[in-house]
Design a binder for this molecule. Structure first.
Ligand SMILES: CC(C)(COP(=O)(O)OP(=O)(O)OC[C@H]1O[C@@H](n2cnc3c(N)ncnc32)[C@H](O)[C@@H]1OP(=O)(O)O)[C@@H](O)C(=O)NCCC(=O)NCCS
Length: 325
C-alpha cells in the first residue's frame, strides 16, 4: 500500500541588508555585548529597511526556495505563510506574496502561532498535501519583529531580528517508511493559560493600535525546555526513532541556552545542532526555515538526512516535526 508524503523539494531564505550588532544597541540603550551574548548567544541581527515589509522578505525567500527546488511558481497550489507581523491587519500577507510571485490560482493564507508558526504552517500544509487537496505548496515563515519592539525595553529589544525563510513541499506517493523522504510526523500544542507571559499589547479589536511586544522572560525560559522536549518525545514515539537517529536538530532560534538545555535533555550531540541565533537573533516564525537554508547551503543537511524541528512561542504554542530530507 502506498501513502502520500510531503517531500521537501527545496528551501531558501532572505535577510534584510542592515546588520545591527550588540555594540550598536549598547550605544543606544543600557545593555552590553557581554550581557546579551552570555544570556542569549545573540551577537547581531538583521533589521528591515524603511519601506521593506514582511511580504517583501517573504517573496525573496519564496523565490530562493523555488529556485533551489527547480520548480516554476505556477506549479504552486497552496501558500501557507506564518507571521505575527503581517503587512496589514488584512488581507493576509500570503495573498500579497502569491500576487508578487505571479500566482493567481490555488489558495494562500496566513497562520499565526508566533514563534511556533513555521512548525504549525508545515503541519498544516502537510495535512493538505496528504489529503490529496493540493500537490505542491510553499510554506513560508516571514517576520519584521523590529516593528513591534519597544526599543526602550532592553529586556526584549535585544532579542529579536527580521528575516524570512521558505520551503517547497510536494505530495509524493511512496511506501511511507521512516527511511522514505518527507515529513514523517508533526505534533502541535498550545495552552492559552500562558498568554500573558509573551504577547503584544495592542491589536485591531482591543486597542486599534499595533502594540509592542511584552514578555516575562524568566517565565518563558522556565517553561521552554519542558515543552520542547515533550513534543520531541511525542515525535520519537510516533515514529520509533530516537535522538541517535537524528542527523540534524534545527530548533527555533530564540536563545542558545534554551537550545543547549533542550539538546542536552534529549541526548542530542552538540555537533548535530544547527545554530544561527548568534547571527540572526530570534526571527520568530522565520527562524527555522532560515536555519534550514543556512545548513543546506553550507552542505550540512543532505538528501536522506533525518532533520528534527521544534519551536515554542507566545500563547504558549509549541510543536515538533521530523523530516526525512
Ligand atoms: C530575556 C532573558 C535573556 C533575560 O535573562 P534573565 O537572566 O532571565 O534576566 P532577568 O530578566 O531576570 O534580568 C536580570 C537583570 O538583567 C537586566 N537586564 C535585562 N535585560 C538586559 C539587557 N538587555 N542588558 C543588560 N541588562 C539587562 C534586568 O533589568 C535585571 O536587572 P536587575 O537584576 O537589576 O533587576 C531570559 O529570561 C530569556 O532568554 N528568556 C526567554 C526569552 C525568549 O526566548 N523568548 C522568546 C521565546 S519564543
Amino acid at each position: 500500500m502506498t501513502k502520500i508524503r510531503s517531500v521537501v523539494l527545496g528551501c531558501g531564505s532572505y535577510l534584510p541588508g542592515q546588520v545591527v550588532t550588540n555594540a550598536q544597541l549598547a550605544a543606544r540603550i543600557d545593555t552590553s555585548d557581554e550581557w546579551i551574548v552570555q544570556r542569549t548567544g545573540i551577537r547581531e541581527r538583521h533589521i528591515a529597511a524603511e519601506g521593506e515589509f514582511t511580504s517583501h522578505l517573504a517573496i525573496k525567500a519564496a523565490q530562493a526556495a523555488l529556485s533551489d527546488a527547480g520548480v516554476d511558481a505556477q506549479s504552486i497550489e497552496l501558500i501557507v505563510l506564518a507571521t505575527s507581523t503581517p503587512d496589514n491587519t488584512f488581507p493576509a500577507t500570503a495573498v500579497t506574496v502569491q500576487n508578487g510571485l505571479g500566482i493567481h490560482h490555488g489558495a494562500a493564507f496566513d497562520l499565526q502561532a508566533v514563534c511556533s508558526g513555521f512548525v504549525f504552517a508545515l503541519a498544516t500544509a502537510d495535512n493538505f498535501l496528504r489529503s490529496g487537496a493540493y500537490k505542491r505548496a510553499l510554506v513560508i515563515g516571514a517576520e519584521t519583529f523590529s516593528r513591534i519592539l519597544d526599543w526602550n525595553d532592553r529586556g526584549t529589544c535585544v532579542l529579536f531580528g527580521d528575516g524570512a525563510g521558505a520551503v517547497v513541499l510536494e505530495a509524493q506517493e511512496q511506501a511511507g517508511k521512516t527511511a522514505d523522504r518527507g515529513v514523517l510526523t508533526t505534533h502541535l500544542r498550545s495552552d492559552g493559560r500562558h498568554k500573558a507571559k509573551l504577547f503584544v499589547d495592542g491589536g485591531p479589536s482591543s486597542t486599534q493600535t499595533v502594540g509592542h511586544l511584552r514578555m516575562e522572560g524568566r517565565e518563558v525560559f522556565k517553561h521552554a525546555v519542558g515543552m520542547i522536549t515533550d513534543v520531541i518525545v511525542d515525535a520519537f514515539e510516533a515514529t520509533g526513532l530516537n535522538a541517535d537517529s537524528i542527523d540534524w536538530f534545527v530548533p527555533h532560534q530564540a536563545n542558545k541556552r534554551i537550545i543547549d538545555a533542550s539538546a542536552h535533555k534529549l541526548h542530542i550531540a552538540p555537533q548535530k545542532v544547527v545554530l544561527t541565533v548568534d547571527r540572526h537573533g530570534n526571527t520568530s516564525a522565520a527562524s527555522i526555515p532560515l536555519a534550514l537554508s543556512v545548513a543546506r547551503k553550507d552542505g550540512r543537511i543532505k538528501r536522506g538526512d533525518l532533520v528534527l524541528l521544534e519551536a515554542m512561542g507566545g500563547g504558549f504554542t509549541w510543536g515538533s516535526a521530523l523530516v526525512r530530507w
